[in-house]
Design a protein around this ligand. Structure first.
Ligand SMILES: Nc1nc2c(ncn2[C@@H]2O[C@H](COP(=O)(O)OP(=O)(O)OP(=O)(O)O)[C@@H](O)[C@H]2O)c(=O)[nH]1
Ligand SMILES: C[C@H](OP(=O)(O)O)C(=O)O
Length: 207
C-alpha cells in the first residue's frame, strides 16, 4: 500500500516552543520521524516522506523516499490522494507507534479507516475511496467521518493509545519518556528531560 508521512521541515512543533529551541524542535521532530519510519519499514511498508522542503538528515533516505511539496498539509495530501488509492497517511509525530499497530490500519477493509488523535485530530488514515479528500486541523477526525458519510463510504475507527498519542505539547513528552523505546525517547533523555512526578499528573522537567 502507498504510504505517506507528512513532515514539516521548517519551524516544526511550535507548541513545544517554550521547552525546546528552534534547532531542538527540528532535531526532536526528526527523531520522531525516524521512529515512525522504522515502524513502517518493520511492518513491511515502503514509506514516502511528504516533506515541505528537502531533508538534509542522512538517516532518512535509507528508510524512505522523500517527496517535496511545499504546499500546506491538506493540499499536499489531497494531491497524492488524487493520484492513487489505497493510500495510508500517517503523521510523523507518533513515536510510540509499533509495527504491530500497522495491520490494524492497512488490513482493514473499510473504505475509510481513521486512527484519531487525542483531541480529535487524524493521526493515521487509510483511504480506499478514490473521491475522498482530507481536511486537516481542528477536530479533523469528525470532519473526515462526515466526509466519508457524504460519499456513502464505509468508515472504521481504530482505537489505539499508541496511534492516538501525537506529541504536540509538553505533557505529551511524558508519554514518550514513559512508553517510548526509540530515537525520540533517547533524544529526550540525552537532552536532559526527566519525569516530574511532584504534581498531580506526571509531567516533565529538564535537568
Ligand atoms: N507536508 C506537510 N506536513 C505538515 C505540514 N504541517 C504539519 N505537517 C506534518 O503533519 C503532522 C502533524 O503536524 P501538526 O502537529 O499539526 O503540526 P506541527 O508543525 O508538527 O506542530 P505545531 O507547530 O505545534 O502545530 C506532522 O507530521 C507534521 O510534520 C505541512 O504544511 N506540510
Ligand atoms: C494535522 C492535524 O493535527 P493536529 O493539529 O490535530 O495535531 C490533524 O490531525 O488534523
Amino acid at each position: 500500500m502507498r504510504c505517506f508521512v507528512p513532515f514539516a521541515v521548517d519551524s516544526p512543533k511550535t507548541r513545544l516552543g517554550s521547552f525546546l529551541s528552534p534547532a531542538e524542535r527540528q532535531s526532536f521532530a526528526t527523531a520522531m520521524l525516524l521512529d515512525v519510519l522504522d515502524t513502517l519499514v518493520s511492518a513491511g511498508l515502503d514509506p514516502t516522506v511528504l516533506s515541505t522542503a528537502p531533508i538534509t538528515d542522512d538517516r532518512i533516505p535509507s528508510r524512505a523516499t522523500i517527496t517535496v511539496d511545499d504546499r500546506e498539509l491538506t493540499t499536499a495530501v489531497n494531491a497524492q490522494l488524487a493520484e492513487h488509492t489505497p493510500t495510508l497517511i500517517i503523521m510523523a509525530d507518533l513515536p510510540l507507534v509499533q509495527p504491530r499497530d500497522i495491520p490494524r490500519l492497512v488490513d482493514n477493509e473499510a473504505e475509510i479507516t481513521i486512527a484519531p488523535g487525542l483531541g480529535g485530530g487524524t493521526n493515521a488514515l487509510v483511504v480506499r475511496e478514490p473521491a475522498f479528500r482530507v481536511d486537516y486541523h481542528g477536530a479533523s477526525y469528525l470532519d473526515h467521518r462526515q466526509a466519508a458519510v457524504e460519499l456513502d463510504a464505509t468508515v472504521q475507527t481504530v482505537d489505539s493509545r499508541r496511534l492516538a498519542t501525537d506529541i504536540d505539547e509538553s505533557a505529551d513528552l511524558a508519554e514518550v519518556l514513559i512508553h517510548g523505546t526509540g530515537t525520540a525517547h533517547d533524544w529526550l533523555v540525552e537532552s536532559g528531560f526527566e519525569l516530574d512526578t511532584t504534581g498531580g499528573r506526571v509531567g516533565v522537567h529538564r535537568s
